[in-house]
Design a protein around this ligand. Sequence first.
Ligand code: PCA
Length: 160
Amino acid sequence: MTSAVASISPTTSSKTTSNVFVYGTLKRGMFNHKLIQNEKFIGIAQTTNHYKYSLVLSKWGFPYLLETNEEKMGSLAIKGELYEVSDEVLELLDELENIKGGLYQRKVIDVLLADCLTTMKCFAYIAGEKENKSNLPTIEEYTQEIHDMKYISKLDRSRE
Ligand code: PCA
């Protein structure tokens, strides 16, 4: 019995992956997409329980998904993309989104796939506690146009 176990190829390692919903600068064509460009694209997706989330634009032109407790008039399902990422990439994303500094928090949410039938649990980077977001403008979706007009890279942020 033990010899059979020993003969299992060492390539059957226990690498794990996670599904991550991205709705901002990590989307295709956006500034930070390079971090996940080699990861598996599962599909277009959107948040479910639409009353629970809203999307706002930070002063640096990147978006925050905000959890709202009360039903918000006019809030929509937030659109984004779902990826399956390796543990290594997930770690890089946590760094990018400054989880330790409280800029974002990585939470499990439900998303609906484009077939409008499949719901999946996945991670998403929700706004952290770091700054007050009450006066930030609400957006419907983080688009290339908003990105091009408003996005300020980390390097330029420190000049202010
Ligand atoms: N990057 C992450 C969170 C917001 C952002 O700009 C994303 O694209 O989902």
